[in-house]
Design a protein. Structure first.
Ligand SMILES: C[S@@+](CC[C@H](N)C(=O)[O-])C[C@H]1O[C@@H](n2cnc3c(N)ncnc32)[C@H](O)[C@@H]1O
Length: 248
């Protein structure tokens, strides 16, 4: 998979991409990162890529020309991409979207800054608009890294057998992960549940499943959807609560 990232701060994200699972995925040849500095596509002698908003108001807006030029240049060199525009108004990113993204050969993520994008960047090109959540960051770099990491760790072979993504939260059964314990057996008066020390694998599996269901139910009951989520963006992409009995 090739992941092109358009950003004003390639040097801020490169070190993270080279570490841990993302670094391993690169060394395995499962993924390549192509970082593009949007400023390289500035059309003026001052190398700026933003300008004041028409109509007045605070802040600067990312101009359309450098973004169009950068996207077209990347796609000329590496082929058409599944384009992702990072924006708070996009669809909220989740594990289902991460799984879908693993199907693409070339992802192109475009990170905004300042007050965001000139609207014609959205209107003049087709994008999948994604948000990391209902809050505002100063740029799209952290959302881009989160999306890339969540996606790339799902590519076959990237995680070792012991850390298989299927055992994580939001796997195919939709449940959260169960609690984990390691040594020591007693830490500051807190003990490891007896069942985990019993050596009885069937009982351990039963305990883990019931903990996963309990935690999933508890999380669902504390999630209070905001009116915006309720009316325009289903939290679970239409999936039913995995802990609720099936309706017939
Ligand atoms: C300061 S923000 C712009 C916020 C915009 N004026 C608004 O209120 O929606 C600058 C850039 O950060 C990125 N960004 C900020 N919050 C984000 C979020 N929750 N999800 C995805 N990208 C985000 C976007 O690329 C955005 O263009």
């Amino acid at each position: 998979m090739l992941c092109s990232v358009l950003t004003l701060f390639p040097e801020a994200i490169r070190p993270y991409l080279d570490e841990s699972i993302l670094g391993i995925a690169q060394r395995m040849g499962r993924v390549r990162f192509h970082l593009v500095n949007i400023r390289d596509y500035s059309r003026n002698p001052h190398n700026t890529v933003d300008d004041r908003p028409f109509g007045g108001g605070p802040g600067m807006v990312l101009a359309p020309e450098p973004i169009f030029d950068a996207v077209e240049d990347v796609e000329r060199s590496f082929g058409a991409a599944h384009r992702i525009l990072l924006t708070p108004r996009g669809r909220r990113f989740d594990q289902t979207i991460a799984r879908d993204l693993t199907q693409h050969e070339h992802l192109l993520l475009c990170c905004g800054r300042y007050e965001g994008f000139d609207e014609r960047i959205r209107l003049g090109m087709s994008w999948n608009e994604l948000s990391l959540g209902d809050f505002v960051l100063s740029g799209g770099e952290i959302p881009a890294l989160a999306i890339l990491e969540a996606t790339i760790r799902l590519l076959p072979g990237v995680l070792g057998h012991d850390e298989s993504a299927e055992q994580d939260s939001f796997g195919s059964d939709g449940l959260l992960d169960h609690p984990h314990f390691t040594r020591p057996r007693v830490f500051r008066g807190m003990t490891v549940p007896d069942v985990l020390l019993s050596g009885d694998h069937a009982s351990v599996e039963r305990w883990r499943r019931s903990e996963r269901e309990r935690l999933t139910r508890a999380a669902a009951s504390t999630t209070r959807p905001t009116p915006r989520n309720e009316h325009s963006r289903p939290e679970r992409n239409g999936a039913s609560d995995p802990c609720e009995p099936e309706q017939d």
